[in-house]
Design a binder for this molecule. Structure first.
Ligand code: NI
Ligand code: MN
Length: 228
């Protein structure tokens, strides 16, 4: 059965997906995030997904995992380091497909890197396909454009594609439009922009780039929610 799924943007690449009591929190960079909204203090995760080890994605993962006795899913080596830091980690890696009481999470690649500040290179980055309440949401993590995003469209209807648009460290808006097309996304939600000056994106330019594309651009301000 298809219920309503709530998607909240928490700034940068952080999102919460909520279906009833269940909350999936993705890349919870909250307490240090200059763009985190006040509602970031009210997260109550049932599961945390971490796309890679960079600080602007790991964020408050360990603290939240402890406070809510909440499992964390990431790529293998990143998970091992998070476990050493005290998080409750579910073993997994890219390609894995995981069932939870509230839905499923499948891990896909991302073209990027992965390192903790003081541990050098750690493991691989990933992206996540989350299926919850009958809805499918794809969080691309930090990635460049790559063709295999099209494979994801073969297995589900991606209702919302959460895609980095800030450029410099990830794909920019033009490549994000191409990614949304490969994913055959119904809605594209931009992320990983405007947190700092180097990844500033003009909203008018973004709207221009998606004109006449076969998907809807949904721009969420930090703290804004949309229903899927
Ligand atoms: Ni990164
Ligand atoms: Mn990043």
């Amino acid at each position: 059965m298809k219920g309503m799924l709530e998607l909240e943007y928490l700034g940068h690449s952080a999102f919460a997906l909520r279906d009833g009591e269940a909350e999936v929190l993705i890349d919870p960079y909250l307490s240090e995030n200059p763009k985190a909204p006040p509602s970031a203090k009210e997260v109550r995760p049932s599961l945390i997904l971490v796309s890679h080890a960079h600080g602007d994605h790991v964020g408050d993962t360990v603290e939240l995992s402890n406070r809510f006795d909440c499992p964390v899913l990431s790529t293998f080596e990143v998970g091992n380091v998070l476990a050493e830091m005290g998080a409750k980690v579910i073993p997994g890696h890219i390609g894995g497909d995981f069932e939870f009481p509230f839905g499923r999470v499948k891990m896909f690649p991302a073209v990027h890197s992965s390192s903790f500040d003081d541990v050098h290179v750690v493991g691989a980055p990933c992206s996540f396909l989350v299926t919850m309440g009958g809805h499918s949401v794809f969080h691309a993590g930090d990635t460049a454009l790559f063709g295999d995003l099209a494979l994801i469209a073969e297995e589900t209807v991606v209702e919302a594609a959460l895609l980095p648009v800030g450029g410099v460290y990830t794909m920019g808006i033009k490549d994000a439009v191409r990614a949304a097309r490969l994913l055959r996304a119904v809605k594209m939600v931009p992320m990983h922009y405007n947190t700092w000056e180097p990844i500033a994106v003009d909203e008018g330019e973004m709207r221009e780039a998606v004109r006449e594309q076969p998907f809807e651009l949904v721009v969420l301000r930090p703290g804004e929610r949309t229903m899927l």
